[in-house]
Design a protein around this ligand. Structure first.
Ligand code: UD1
Ligand code: CA
Length: 476
């Protein structure tokens, strides 16, 4: 499987100043994965014998993320000499005696795919080139290095935008920053590259002209669609890449049998799985490792992070994190599910209900206006409207345990720790401070007292008083 004569160098030492961010550029997420994670996935599919990442800016954060995202990537620290040429030179030094082809990619091209890279490697090897550059034809080439060709159309060199002459600035074929080099030729020519240019950097791009002068074969191959190699340098390009990748992810699910009504307002992370015949309504965000089973309906206006949704479940206008919704259950509208929420088969969490660390059994319902935290509910129980589990005593959290076939009254407070056993009832307005045994009715209801004539005596002249007087006359 491993291609013994292939190594990959990922450049990720740059500052990314145009992002204007405290976070390293390559760590900004796209579809739930740091930008560099997409590059790592693409190059991993090439099965290279070695992968090296060059880091410097935000060194520890970038190196740490790479270690988390991918196995066996060698981290190389760039020194104070700036430039892509210096970065590659140090990477090659770490590769020691490696003598095959070296793919060089930037950590900031998240849409680059393995197929594009494979095509470039194949072309490079078939034509026995010393260097192959992936180029692109773009409407606006500003900022990019230009591919300079001679009258015969032969690729001669790359000139950086800041160093380009007037006529060179008009060239619309640009250097994408993705290359394949023969390691030995690259090593030799990099030793000859200086820093005499407008940026005072050691440019990787300078090796092309040196290889041509040594009569070695070089080539530049344009990609079919320029967006494949689009780099992310600022927040506007970041959102462009996010939109492009999302559109591809959404389409992939659609072609796999998932109904997605509005791709423009549906955002799906790369790690999400959705079974055919699920239905995703507009304004839905599916994040992290969320999984959705067949025939579930999600949305509109729903965000799920790392959630598991069972078959035929319905989740409407809901915000949920680390929640498990089992088959046939319904959630929403306007529900807030926090980590540790588990709703059993056929259960319900309804309007304006917040849950946290709450295991709610099969067929059990929390239909209206409630907070259920650190609680277990058995099967087929019903929690009355406006129920609060008072789980926090100001210092520590305590559990509430509610059994099966329990009916709790409206507007209850369960002062934890407290247990309501199977088949128990509680009365409306009860503050439950003591355990309720199986089959008992728990109540703390204070006897209601009506003070006759109070409104007419104390609020005379008001509409209420007049209405009361009128009503009394009517009933005489
Ligand atoms: C580079 C190319 C340019 C090409 C463009 C494509 C050079 C000299 N120029 O320009 O021809 O059109 O990419 O996007 O290579 N990096 C390091 N160490 C450094 C400098 C950069 O690792 O010292 C990394 C950056 O983190 C980035 C990549 O190399 O991932 C490219 O660097 P960047 O500064 O974006 O190069 P450009 O000026 O865009
Ligand atoms: Ca760039």
């Amino acid at each position: 499987m491993t291609d013994a004569s292939l190594a990959v160098v990922i450049l990720a030492a740059g500052e990314g100043t145009r992002m204007k961010s405290a976070t390293a550029k390559v760590l900004h997420p796209i579809a739930g994965v740091p930008m560099i994670g997409h590059v790592l996935s693409a190059v991993a599919a090439l099965h290279p014998a070695h992968t090296v990442a060059v880091v410097r800016h935000e060194r520890d954060a970038v190196a740490g993320a790479i270690a988390e995202l991918s196995d066996g990537v060698v981290i190389v620290d760039q020194d104070a000499v700036p430039g892509t040429g210096r970065a590659v030179e140090l990477a090659l030094a770490a590769l020691d005696s490696f003598d095959g082809d070296v793919v060089v990619v930037s950590g900031d091209v998240p849409l680059l795919d393995a197929e594009t890279l494979t095509d470039l490697i194949d072309e490079h090897r078939q034509r026995e080139r010393a260097a192959s550059v992936l180029s692109a034809l773009v409407d606006d080439p500003s900022g990019y290095g230009r591919i300079v060709r001679d009258e015969a159309g032969e690729f001669r060199r790359i000139v950086e935008h800041k160093d380009a002459a007037e006529d060179e600035l008009g060239i619309s074929e640009i250097n994408s920053g993705t290359y394949v080099f023969r390691a030995s030729a690259l090593k030799t020519s990099l030793t000859k590259v200086g820093t005499k240019n407008s940026q005072g950097e050691k440019y990787l791009t300078d090796v092309i002209e040196l290889l041509v002068n040594d009569s070695l074969t070089v080539g530049a191959n344009p990609v079919y669609e320029a967006w494949v190699v689009a780099g992310v340098n600022d927040r506007a390009q970041l959102s462009d890449a996010q939109a492009r990748l999302n559109a591809m992810i959404v389409r992939g699910h659609q072609l796999n049998g998932v109904s997605i009504d509005d791709p423009a307002t549906t955002w799906i992370d790369r790690g999400v799985s959705i079974e055919p015949d699920a239905h995703i309504l507009p304004g839905t965000f599916l994040k992290g490792a969320t999984s959705i089973a067949c025939c579930a309906t999600i949305g509109p206006d729903t965000t799920l992070r790392d959630c598991e949704i069972g078959e035929n479940a319905t989740v409407t206008r809901t915000d949920a994190t680390l929640a498990v919704i089992e088959a046939n259950a319904t959630v929403g509208p306007f529900s807030y599910l926090r980590p540790g929420t588990v709703l059993g088969d056929g259960g319900k969490i309804g309007a304006f209900v917040e849950t946290k660390n709450a295991q709610i059994g099969r067929g059990s319902k929390v239909p209206h206006l409630s907070y259920i935290g650190d609680t277990t509910v058995g099967d087929n129980s019903n929690i009355g409207a406006g129920t609060i589990t008072a789980n926090y005593d100001g210092v520590a959290k305590h559990p509430t345990v509610i059994g099966s076939h329990v009916r709790t009254g409206s507007h209850n407070v369960f002062v934890a720790p407290v247990t309501i056993a199977d088949g128990a009832y509680t009365a409306a307005g009860t503050v439950v401070r003591r355990n309720v045994p199986a089959g008992s009715l728990g109540m703390t209801v204070v006897q209601q007292r009506n003070v006759e004539g109070w409104v007419e005596n104390n609020r005379s002249g008001t509409a209420s008083a007049e209405a009361a007087t009128h009503a009394k006359k009517e009933s005489e």
